[in-house]
Design a protein around this ligand. Structure first.
Ligand code: ADP
Ligand code: MG
Length: 237
């Protein structure tokens, strides 16, 4: 369970998130929607502990009952929080094998890890050659997002945030990413899909839809809310 209590957040002297409270339940999936610039990625960064983001002492971010605000991103990651980037970083000289070998050190035998990654890559239609190349360097938009999905499944987080995993991805790739995540992530994992379109939601079928506007939550509802957004846009909310 991840709980946000009166979460406000600033970058420099600009306050971007304003007094946001919400509890994400284990095993449930959420769509976090909202127009461009509404603060979705900033919320993801605040949960992950981006060093540029400053939150006041009255804001709380709890994982279970533990206050994670003092923790660095790697410590939060070890607690089981995962963020898939809107724009995955290029890491010259480091392959996805290298990255996962280090991340899963002492948790998984490297030979088994290697086999597992290759199996998942096949399922996602990722070319073998990409697994050995520098991560994301020269990869297409779709390839980058597929590798984010693969890493999420390998790390088996408790709370997984996907920031625009649907952007720059064609219909077939999107379908295989959504099916893959649903199939292989632990059933108790909380899934949050950040998106500004409803295309992904036909595949992931969220339990709940949250809508952000101007840095705060303005509406929550069931899947029907996504349909309303598809028809009327965000303006009428
Ligand atoms: P979304 O992901 O919903 O499109 P963002 O969280 O990226 O929105 O941005 C929310 C607001 O915060 C925007 O007005 C954006 O310009 C601002 N913002 C984001 N990152 C920074 C930054 N590093 N410095 C200053 N303002 C930022
Ligand atoms: Mg964003």
């Amino acid at each position: 369970m991840l709980t946000l209590t009166h979460l406000s957040a600033s970058i420099g002297d600009k306050e971007i998130l304003h007094d946001l409270s919400f509890t994400f339940e284990p095993g449930k999936s959420y769509a976090l929607m909202g127009p461009n610039g509404s603060g979705k990625s900033t919320l993801a960064s605040a949960i992950m502990g981006h060093p540029n983001i400053v939150t006041p002492p009255t804001s709380q971010v709890l994982m279970g009952t533990e206050d994670i605000k003092p923790l660095t991103p790697d410590e939060r990651s070890r607690l089981g929080i995962f963020l898939s980037f809107q724009t995955p970083l290029e890491i010259p000289g480091v392959s996805v094998f290298d990255l996962l070998r280090i991340a899963l050190e002492k948790k998984m035998d490297p030979v088994m890890m290697h086999q597992q990654v290759k199996m998942y890559a096949k399922e996602l239609h990722i070319k073998d050659e990409l697994l050995k190349r520098s991560l994301n360097v020269g990869f297409s938009g779709g390839e980058k997002k597929k590798l984010e999905a693969l890493q999420a499944v390998m790390l088996a987080p408790k709370f997984a945030l996907f920031d625009e995993i649907d952007t720059g991805v064609d219909v077939d790739a999107l379908k295989s990413i959504a099916t893959f995540l649903k199939k292989h992530l632990p059933k108790t994992t909380t899934l949050v899909f950040i998106t500004h379109s409803t295309r992904l939601l036909t595949y992931v079928k969220p339990d709940m839809v949250l809508v952000m506007k101007d840095g705060t939550l303005v509406k929550t509802g069931g899947a029907e809310l996504a349909k309303e957004i598809e028809t009327h846009g965000f303006e009428t909310l």
